[in-house]
Design a protein. Structure first.
Length: 494
């Protein structure tokens, strides 16, 4: 009998090493190496089919399922039309690129309790009501628990079709799951979650890297061989990464991240990897008592009563435009140990905006604790939100507000200039639709939107530098001590 060889697998980068070490030599992660037994010859190590899975599923035979590959010119390769299975949830279909693709594997990750099971059960119920056969495998809950959630979140009108086409299985053994998949022959298979699956012929416990890697690999092979769209749910670590080796992300076709704060109602689904669509699209949901509800595009409206430290910005997320509210707060701190905190905004962009305000805006912020956030739990990562962030920080410090129904967009350079942004017409159109009256844009892009603004009856102001940006802030309304003078005033006070 051949001796079983053991290697050590890194849970951070997926690399293998012959000996254990406290620090991974490839990625530098500490305490990330775990013992892993690679599959023996003839098992599912690469392109061969696992024997127990092929016999149980009934789609795979003993013969070689993939003929020998032959290199051909690109001009001779036939184009393939990728079919789609709409889930019935518009926001989810948007992120997937139009729906699920048959024979594809989708990995959905998110923190515990964020709403992964709720979203998938709503989507699968919609597919079942449309006549699609669905198998929902729950490795963490019983069938009765899944039934209780379905009665709470699924509309009563679709109960008949849903109960006829939606099958529920509470199982953790992969071989039994494959057998039930063969019997039900579903169009979509959901496994919630992959951390609890196990193969009986492996000595490792469920959730270990050995079990996790092998089970996910065989589910992907099942999807490719049978034409079933497989959705696998995975948990995330404290750092926000998908639990288990990073190799899971390379095995599947689509990786979706379900983000949000359980203390906020809004949830965001974004694609980290998508072989059938764009990775720039996001889906917006709101957690309600009846499940997840889709959020309309541009749900925030520009208000008539602005507050110091609050500025609206039309931000792009893929092909959609969202009007987000950037908020800032300043408080007196200690020189040399001032706090800088950001939520929903890149902390580096916040530090850059503060430095630009001090250098080119003559504002003394070195001893100010500055906090910045995006309302509603939305995350902004594009540079077009720099101008709104800069105005929010300056307004909070000076106690001054922007004009009513005002929005700002522009990238701020280190020399204090306002740089152009992309798709300015689409952004301005969303501001108009949300009831905006005044929009601050980069000065060299004013001519691109003058005609549109004139037709809509709104005013466009070109911003060329930091001085022009600070002039748009209204005079301070509240009475009280004025903010500290800028550096120039301190230098001239003698």
């Amino acid at each position: 009998m051949a001796k079983t060889r053991a290697v050590f697998l890194c849970g951070a980068c997926g690399s293998t090493h012959p000996k254990w070490a406290g620090k991974c030599p490839d990625c530098g992660a500490w305490d990330a190496l775990e013992r892993y037994h690679p599959p023996a010859e003839g098992e599912a190590a690469g392109g061969e089919v696992p024997a127990h899975l092929g016999a149980a599923a009934g789609w795979l035979g003993d013969e070689d399922v993939s003929p020998a590959a032959k290199a051909v010119p690109l001009s001779e390769v036939e184009s393939l039309a990728v079919p789609r299975i709409p889930t019935g949830i518009g926001e989810l279909d948007r992120v997937l690129g139009g729906g699920l693709v048959p024979a594809s594997a989708v990995l959905l990750g998110g923190e515990p309790g964020i709403g992964k099971s709720t979203l998938l059960l709503q989507a699968m119920s919609s597919l079942a009501a449309a006549g699609r056969r669905v198998l929902y495998v729950s490795s963490e809950e019983s069938g009765q628990q899944v039934k209780l959630r379905a009665e709470r979140i699924v509309p009563p009108g679709a109960a008949g079709d849903r109960e006829a086409n939606l099958f529920v299985l509470s199982e953790t053994n992969l071989a039994r799951i494959a057998e039930q998949t063969r019997r039900t022959a579903p169009d979509v298979l959901v496994v919630d979650s992959v951390q609890m699956l196990f193969r009986a012929d492996l000595e490792a416990s469920p959730g270990s890297m050995t079990q996790l890697r092998r089970c996910c690999l065989e589910l992907v092979m099942l999807a490719k061989a049978s034409g079933i769209a497989v959705i696998v749910v995975g948990h995330v670590t404290k750092e926000g990464d998908l639990a288990g080796p990073k190799l899971l992300e390379h095995l599947v076709d689509v990786v979706l991240q379900f983000e949000g704060d359980r203390h906020h109602a809004h949830r965001v689904v974004r694609a980290i990897k998508n072989r059938f669509g764009s990775t720039h699209e996001i889906g917006l949901f709101e957690m309600t008592g009846g499940g997840l509800a889709e959020v309309e595009e541009g749900s925030l409206a520009l208000g008539d009563d602005p507050r110091p430290g609050s500025v609206f910005v039309p931000a792009l997320a893929g092909s959609r435009c969202l009007v987000a509210e950037v908020q800032a707060l300043t408080a007196t701190g200690f020189l040399g140990s001032a706090k800088r905190r950001a939520s929903g905004i890149d902390a580096n962009r916040l530090a850059m905006s503060i430095a630009v305000l001090e250098k080119h805006g003559d504002l003394r912020l070195a001893d100010q604790d500055i906090f910045a956030a995006v309302a509603g739990g939305v995350r902004l990562s594009e540079p077009a939100a720099d101008l709104a962030l800069l105005l929010a920080v300056a307004g909070a410090y000076l106690g001054r507000t922007v004009p009513p129904r005002f929005a700002a967009l522009g990238e701020v350079g280190l020399s204090g200039e306002i740089r152009p942004v992309r798709f300015i017409e689409q952004r301005l159109n969303e501001v108009i639709r949300r009831g905006g009256r005044l929009v601050a844009v980069p000065a060299n892009q004013t001519h691109e939107v003058l005609a549109m603004a004139k037709a809509a009856g709104i005013e466009v102001v070109g911003m060329g530098g930091i001085a022009a940006c600070l002039e748009i802030l209204a005079p301070k309304k509240s009475k009280g001590p004025s903010p500290r003078p800028p550096h120039a005033a301190i230098a001239n006070s003698g």
